[in-house]
Design a protein around this ligand. Structure first.
Ligand SMILES: Nc1ncnc2c1ncn2[C@@H]1O[C@H](COP(=O)(O)OP(=O)(O)OP(=O)(O)O)[C@@H](O)[C@H]1O
Ligand SMILES: [Mg+2]
Length: 458
C-alpha cells in the first residue's frame, strides 16, 4: 500500500492559485494607489490653476492692493467635485479677503511658486494650495499670498470607487487564473496518467518494456521501470528454467527407481518386504506426479506470459484429450459421454489441453469404477462452455474455492496419487484466456463433481 501525499495536480493548482491570488492582490493595491494619486494630482493641478488665476487679478490701486475675485477660479474647482472651497488672500500676513482663520499652510517664498498642504480645517481635511506674488503698492512692493483650500470628499469617493472596481476586476482575474491553473495542471499531468493507465491495463504477467512517447521529465522513471521489469522477467524465466530442468532431472532417476522396485516386488516373497516395496513405489509415484505437475505449472506460467491466440475449436481439443485419456479410463471401466458443438475460440492449444487433461484426470481419479463422466461443450452468445461432470464422491460439504490453490488437496484423496496442482494449473490457464473455472457438487441424480470452464468465444 502506498501512502498517498497531496497529488501533484492539486499541489500545482494550489501553488498557481496562490500565485494568482498574490498577483491579484498586488494589482488591486497598485491600481488603488495609482488612482488615488492621480485623483490627488488632478485636485492639486486645479487648486494650483485656481490660486494662479486669483493671483493674476491682483493689482494695486492708489497704493493699496485690490482684488476682484474671478468667478472662473472657483468654477474650475466646482468642476471636479461638490467639495467645499475656502480661500484667503493676505497682504503681509493681514487678511485682505476670504476666511481669516484659513491659516497653517506654508508660505511660498519665491514668487510664482505654488506650495501644497494637507491640513485640518473646520473639522475637515482640506487640501490647500498657496502662491505668493509681489504687488507694487505705492513705492514698495507688497507680498500677497493667495491660498485656496478644498475638502477632499470627492477625491475620497473617486478613489474608493476606483478601488472597488479594481477589487472586482482582481477577483475576476483571480478566479480566471485559478481555473486556468487547474486546467494547466491537469494538462501537464496527462502524460503521467496515460503511462500509469497503460501500465495498469497490462495483464499480470506482461513484463514487456513500456514503449510510449513520454515527456523528458518522465524518461528516467520509465527507464527505471523498464529496467526493473526486465530484471523481473529475467528472474522469472530463470526460475522457470530451473523448475523445468529440476523436474526432468528428478523424473528420469525416479522412473529407474520405480522399475527396479517393481522388479524387486516380483522377486521378494516376504509380506513385510512386499509392503515396504509398495510404499516405495507409491512414494515414487507421488514424487513423479509432483515433478510432472510442477513442470506443467511452469509451462503454463511461461506460455501465459505471451499467450498464443490462435483460432481453435474447443470441441476438437476436448475430443483429443478425451481420446488420449481413454486408456486410463478404460482401466477403471469408466466411460465418457461426450456432446460437442462448434465452439470457436482463440487461445493456446497446449495450455487448454493441459487444463482439460487435469480436469478429466481428476474425474477419472476420484470416481469409482464403472461410472460415466459426461463432457458437454456448448456455445452461448459470447461464451463457450465445457462442463465435465463425474459420478464420484463429490467435493465434500465444505467450501471448494480453496481447492484451486497450490498444493491444496481435498479430504477425499485417501490412496489417490496427486500433488494438489491440477486445478491450480487449470485455473491459471483459464485466467490467461480471460475465462473462468467453477467447481460445484452435483445437486441432482446422485453424487459427483461438476467443473465448468467458460471462455470467451472468437
Ligand atoms: N472430480 C473430482 N471429484 C472429487 N474431488 C475432486 C475432483 N477434482 C478435484 N477434486 C478435489 O480437489 C483437490 C485438488 O485437485 P487437484 O487436481 O488440484 O489436485 P490433485 O488431483 O489432488 O493432484 P494433481 O496435481 O496430481 O492433480 C483434489 O485433491 C480433490 O480432493
Ligand atoms: Mg488433479
Amino acid at each position: 500500500m502506498i501512502t498517498q501525499t497531496l497529488s501533484i495536480g492539486r499541489r500545482l493548482t494550489l501553488l498557481l492559485g496562490a500565485i494568482a491570488a498574490l498577483l491579484a492582490f498586488l494589482s488591486w493595491g497598485m491600481v488603488s494607489s495609482f488612482s488615488g494619486q492621480a485623483a490627488a494630482r488632478t485636485q492639486d493641478n486645479v487648486l494650483a490653476a485656481s490660486v494662479a488665476t486669483i493671483a493674476e487679478t491682483l493689482r494695486s490701486e492708489q497704493g493699496t492692493v485690490r482684488l476682484e475675485l474671478p468667478y472662473s477660479a472657483f468654477a474650475m474647482l466646482g468642476a471636479i467635485s461638490e467639495d467645499r472651497v475656502f480661500y484667503r488672500v493676505s497682504v503681509a500676513g493681514e487678511t485682505l479677503t476670504g476666511y481669516d482663520d484659513l491659516r497653517g499652510g506654508r508660505i511660498p517664498e519665491a514668487p510664482g511658486e505654488v506650495l501644497f498642504d494637507t491640513l485640518e480645517y473646520r473639522g475637515e481635511t482640506v487640501r490647500m494650495a498657496s502662491i505668493s506674488r509681489v504687488v507694487l503698492a505705492g513705492r514698495e512692493g507688497a507680498s500677497v499670498t493667495v491660498s485656496v483650500a478644498q475638502t477632499r470628499n470627492g477625491i475620497a469617493a473617486v478613489t474608493a470607487g476606483l478601488s472597488r472596481t479594481a477589487a472586482v476586476l482582481s477577483v475576476a482575474f483571480f478566479v480566471l487564473a485559478a481555473a486556468l491553473s487547474a486546467i494547466a495542471a491537469r494538462a501537464s499531468l496527462r502524460p503521467l496518467n496515460e503511462i500509469a493507465q497503460s501500465v495498469s491495463r497490462r495483464g499480470p504477467s506482461d513484463l514487456r518494456p513500456i514503449r510510449r512517447p513520454a515527456p523528458s521529465e518522465l524518461a528516467p522513471l520509465m527507464t527505471a521501470l523498464n529496467r526493473l521489469m526486465d530484471r523481473l522477467g529475467q528472474s522469472i524465466r530463470r526460475s522457470e528454467d530451473f523448475i523445468t530442468e529440476a523436474a526432468h532431472r528428478v523424473r528420469t532417476p525416479l522412473a529407474t527407481v520405480r522399475a527396479q522396485a517393481e522388479i524387486a516386488l516380483h522377486t521378494v516373497t516376504g509380506e513385510e518386504e512386499k509392503r515396504s516395496l509398495r510404499r516405495v513405489i507409491r512414494a515414487v509415484d507421488e514424487s513423479s506426479r509432483s515433478a510432472g505437475q510442477l513442470l506443467d505449472h511452469a509451462t503454463v506460467a511461461f506460455r501465459a506470459e505471451d499467450l498464443d491466440r490462435s483460432p481453435l475449436d474447443l470441441s476438437d481439443l476436448t475430443r483429443a484429450v478425451v481420446e488420449s485419456l481413454s486408456p486410463t479410463a478404460e482401466m477403471k471401466d469408466i466411460s465418457f459421454a461426450v456432446t460437442t458443438a462448434p465452439a470457436a475460440i482463440r487461445g493456446d492449444a497446449i495450455l487448454l489441453q493441459t487444463a482439460l487433461r487435469n480436469i478429466l484426470d481428476n474425474a477419472i481419479k476420484y470416481s469409482p469404477p464403472e461410472t460415466t463422466v459426461s463432457i458437454q461443450v456448448t456455445r452461448a452468445k459470447a461464451e463457450v462452455q465445457v462442463e465435465i461432470c463425474d459420478q464420484g464422491t463429490g467435493l465434500g460439504a465444505g467450501p471448494v474455492a480453496h481447492l484451486t490453490e497450490r498444493f491444496k488437496r481435498g479430504d477425499n484423496v485417501e490412496g489417490v496419487v496427486g500433488s494438489g496442482l491440477g486445478l491450480t494449473i487449470a485455473e491459471e490457464v483459464m485466467r490467461a484466456h480471460n475465462g473462468s473455472l467453477t467447481l460445484r457438487n452435483m445437486t441432482k441424480g446422485g453424487t459427483g463433481t461438476c467443473v465448468l470452464l467458460v471462455l470467451p468465444s472468437a
